[in-house]
Design a protein around this ligand. Structure first.
Ligand code: CP
Length: 316
């Protein structure tokens, strides 16, 4: 994994992903031991699109490993406003840092960045395409809730068209295999065909597409709620019509299994009522913590800095 860019999780093998989840668990219980793992290293966070969790967790992850952070949040602060290309930005920043995390509104921007960079680039979300480190957080959360990420029935609900976290998660779970997907969305926000094709191509996985959450919630091991993303709509009227299609509240949760886990990549708007936060099934703030731990595991791995005391499953 050393020196590797991560644009989608297809860039990592299943044993490598499994080892990252294990590594994150180790980091959580050995925080002092790992506090100097990345001494002398520098992370650049290049965020051309808003973020709270992803940017701050990348930055906290590097700081907690002993490294330092540079970067920008908002392209208006960088020379992109003078017309600089992503490639030139990455060729420049590669001279300053050991690893880059980039978020960009355009699909494919992280791949372009990785081809120009001479250090590992991690995709922190490229348009409606992929968000691999969110998927790592999601997998770690499923693993901690169920002790596995396979043999589960997982409902994904909301904006399945533009939801890059949904696309990343489905594609990766298909690689693990043995997952039943219940895809819950209005017709206008259905899962893209290329993602459905990926499920179809996986004999041990299956999906159904439904519009109604209430009729299926009782069948689910996990429910992955998503926000209808205003910033990806071309038409404000469509956004206003669709934004409150699904609202998970206590009355709906009462129909779910006692051990079901509710996940959400956050930020939420109205799609999960605040009253759900106190329910033991709410796992979305655990996901936030797991996101930081998984980014610590990933960055130390691609930089090539060993965690003191950690015995890996996989060779580097
Ligand atoms: N989950 C996620 O990507 O959140 P942010 O947009 O706040 O980074």
């Amino acid at each position: 994994m050393v020196g590797r860019s991560v644009i989608t999780l297809d860039d990592l093998s299943i044993p490598q992903i499994t080892d990252l989840i294990r590594k994150a668990t180790y980091i959580d219980s050995h925080r002092k031991d790992v506090a100097h793992t990345c001494d002398g290293r520098v992370l650049a966070t290049l965020f051309y699109e808003p973020s709270t969790r992803t940017r701050l967790s990348f930055e906290t992850a590097m700081l907690r490993l002993g490294g330092k952070v540079i970067g920008f949040a908002g392209a208006q602060l960088a020379s992109v406003t003078k017309g600089e290309s992503i490639a030139d930005t990455l060729k420049t920043v590669s001279n300053y840092v050991d690893v880059v995390a980039i978020r960009h509104p355009k699909e494919g921007a992280a791949l372009v960045a990785s081809r120009a960079a001479s250090v590992p680039v991690v995709n922190a979300g490229d348009g409606g395409h992929m968000h691999p480190t969110q998927t790592l957080a999601d997998l770690a959360t499923l693993q901690s809730r169920f002790g596995r990420v396979t043999d589960l029935t997982i409902g994904l609900c909301g904006d399945l068209t533009f939801g890059r976290t949904v696309h990343s998660l489905i594609e990766t779970l298909c690689r693990f295999g043995n997952v039943r997907f219940v895809l819950i969305s209005p017709d206008e926000l259905r899962t893209p065909q290329y993602v459905l094709d990926r499920i179809d191509a996986t004999p041990s996985c299956s999906y159904v597409e439904v519009r109604d959450l209430v009729s299926v919630i009782g069948d689910l091991d996990a429910l992955y709620m998503t926000r209808v993303q205003k910033e990806r709509f071309f038409n404000e009227d469509d956004y206003l019509r669709l934004r409150d299609t699904y609202i998970l509240d206590e009355s709906k949760l009462a129909l779910a299994r006692p051990e079901m886990a509710v996940l959400h990549p956050l930020p939420r708007v109205n799609e999960i009522a605040v009253e759900v936060d106190d329910d033991p099934r709410a796992a979305y703030f655990e996901q936030v913590k797991n996101g930081m731990l998984m980014r610590m595991a990933l960055m130390s791995s691609v930089i090539g800095d060993d965690l003191p005391g950690y015995v890996p499953l996989e060779p580097k």
